[in-house]
Design a protein around this ligand. Sequence first.
Ligand SMILES: Cc1ncc(COP(=O)(O)O)c(C=O)c1O
Length: 400
Amino acid sequence: MSFLAKNMASIPESQTMMVTNLARELVAAGEDIISMSTGEPDFDTVSIAAEAGIEAIRTGRTRYTSGDGTPELKQAIQAKFLRDNDLIYDLNQISVATGGKQVIYNALAATLNPGDEVIIPAPYWVSYPAMVAMCGGTPKLIHCHANNNFALDADALERAITSQTKWVLLNSPNNPSGAVMSADNLLAIAEVLRRHPHVHILTDDIYEHLLYKSEPFVTIAQVARDLYDRTLTVNGMSKGYAMTGWRIGYAGGRPDLIAAMAKIQSQTTGNPCTIAQYAAQQALLSNPEHIAYWRQVFIERRNILVNALDKINGIEVNIPQGAFYAFPNVEGLYGRQAEDGSIIQSASDVATYWLKAASVAVVPGEAFGCPGYVRMAYAIETDRVAEAMQRITTACGQLT
Ligand SMILES: Cc1ncc(COP(=O)(O)O)c(C=O)c1O
């Protein structure tokens, strides 16, 4: 009998990390690899947070705190939810954890029983199905289509719901597609969910601030107030404040769920890093003024990337409206031959070919439940985006 738990076999290693690690190895070996595989902003941590972190160390804010966040940080999160999302949460409705990742894991671990189903629109963030499986649940995928801008179709959602459905996961702006859910799309989804009161909604809003449309960000509990009690609104410091390494994520939701999540956390990791909590508190209390500049930079990079992809025969791409990813369809390259005689047959082959022939690392769509696509992160310097696109254009032109 295996020493490892039965469900370990069904839990894949994170493919995004695998590509990132391979690219890092090649860089360490001296190759000029442009990595478009990493899911983090290349900007420095916003200075208000960085300064607060230093102050926290200097003033001895370095000890254990209450398990799921200090009251002061929870107050800052409360103010943020009100300011940015028009959502009111009491302090006992707020949970802070070591990254959005842990928040989501805690919520699933606190609620899933064997046989419970979790609806996940694909393409999805790699960790959702793995976390559902780790918590004993069953991921149920709904495929969202590029020609519908990867929107979750309300009828498809209706068909996927069963008596076993516990959660539906929403993520907008989306990793990996960069698609953004409109208020109308959210309202159509809410209409379906009203008919199924046993289904809860976990909305992962971690890319909230990285939005390139003129319409403001919307989240489901805000547009469908009657679903507020059934919604866990997840957010975090990683993407919008360039604080990936600080590891602070948080959520607002019903008090019994928040208490159960706190219980799990108290027995596993305990409080999130005290220094990072203080940094997050100070950052959240200020208006996110850096975002206007970031948006401008990300839009410029996105346009360079999309314009170049549009010119490559065999590639089709939607214009991403948020996050820092493009998710082109590369099926038009299938059947073409590289100089070494290999034939491209999958998105993984495309990613491998680009790594070898163009020294650019991207993540194949299989990792996100969407074969036929690759994810390209444009959170790298603007001239590197341009350089990467020149290399990819040349490499694709060499295929016969
Ligand atoms: C969609 C999505 N949700 C959550 C996370 C987790 O972020 P963190 O744990 O750094 O807060 C990520 C990170 O890549 C993500 O892309």
